[in-house]
Design a protein around this ligand. Structure first.
Ligand code: ADP
Ligand code: F6P
Length: 322
């Protein structure tokens, strides 16, 4: 028998990303439309444990769809990973009358969502990360904005790299996942791409490639390096010493996680937010929303966490051919 929900909470957890606000707005407005009350929980699970809980109405999410970041704030919280922390969180939910929850975040946040479900709070997860590294979904909120931001930055670096006939190493985000690097390598026509999932630490191959390209008359050489490989500055020094060609490193960093969301991130985050609110109102729990084969779908959290996602071989291959 599914439980009837009366009041839901919504929180954002882990790293922020553009589109989180669109998702919050959709959760709030759809839930109100479904006859539920909505509370916003500030700063993720930490704010829940600190009772940073506010009432939300349609107006409290006005004028946010175009804004980057998250109006609720986000945080990481060790205490919530413990059984005691989770018990305390559930007691706080009861105190505030919260019987349903939408958690917007990555895999770690889903583990937290699973814990809340286990303790009787109906909980639905939404895939929020610029890294695209959530296995049950071919789309994650923020990825589209992040790759467009990175792509534009790399275009600019390419201009100056070409004028000065330099090698440029551009480090993009992705500590454990190379999807941002992969997409930028294709979109920016990079000469080399270094991904945490694929890199063989063979710097000589990169050096040979630079020298070959220069002999063929290429005036610049762009290397897209994922954060998970890192060390772009020292790599630049080694490459310059080995090739005799001026080499510069640019680390794009947190600019990729901010900014106004693209149209795709606004629309997909809105649809996913509405979807989460609707299945919560239907009494579902312990589910995550994903996008697969052109459709929005939901999965059991454990099933979703057990899925594997790998860099598509064909995309990796063409990133190097092109
Ligand atoms: P992301 O959600 O982006 O993967 P984290 O891995 O940092 O980010 O997780 C965000 C938060 O989710 C953590 O700070 C913690 O509060 C909670 N969390 C992570 N792992 C667990 C777990 N195994 N059990 C309960 N909560 C967890
Ligand atoms: O949001 C994902 C991500 O940007 C990763 O690519 C990166 O490794 C990580 O977050 C860094 O997060 P923070 O520095 O906020 O811990």
């Amino acid at each position: 028998m599914s439980k009837k929900i009366e009041t839901i909470g919504v929180l954002t957890s882990g790293g922020d990303e553009p589109g989180m606000n669109a998702a919050i707005r959709a959760v709030v407005r759809t839930s109100i439309d479904n006859g539920l009350k909505v509370k916003g929980i500030k700063k993720g699970y930490m704010g829940l444990l600190n009772e940073e809980i506010i009432d939300m109405d349609r107006r409290s999410v006005a004028d946010i769809i175009q804004r980057g970041g998250t109006i609720l704030g986000t945080a990481r919280c060790m205490e919530f990973t413990t059984e005691e922390g989770q018990q305390k969180a559930v007691e706080i939910c009861h105190k505030f009358g919260i019987d349903g929850m939408v958690v917007i975040g990555g895999d770690g946040s889903y583990r937290g969502a699973q814990a809340l479900s286990r303790h009787g709070i109906n909980t639905i997860g939404l895939p929020g990360t610029i890294d695209l590294d959530i296995a049950c979904s071919d789309y994650t909120i923020g990825f589209d904005t992040a790759i467009n931001t990175a792509m534009q930055a790399i275009d600019k670096i390419r201009d100056t790299s070409s004028s000065h006939e330099r090698v440029s190493i551009v480090e993009v985000m992705g500590r454990r996942a190379g999807y941002i690097a992969l997409w930028c390598a294709i979109a920016n026509g990079a000469d080399d791409i270094l991904l945490p999932e694929k890199y063989d630490y063979n710097e000589q191959r990169i050096i040979d490639n630079i020298i070959d390209n220069r002999k063929r008359g290429k005036t610049h050489h762009i290397i897209v390096n994922a954060e998970g490989i890192g060390h772009s500055t020292s790599m630049a020094r080694r490459i310059e010493a080995a090739t005799g060609i001026e080499t510069r490193a640019s680390i794009l960093g947190y600019m990729q996680r901010g900014g106004s969301p693209t149209c795709k991130d606004r629309v997909y985050a809105s649809i996913m937010g509405c979807y989460a609110a609707d299945i919560l109102a239907q009494g579902k729990t312990n589910r995550v929303v994903g996008h697969q084969n052109g459709e929005f779908v939901d999965f059991d959290i454990e099933e979703a966490l057990n899925m594997k996602k790998e860099i598509p071989e064909y995309e990796y291959k063409i990133s190097r051919i092109l």
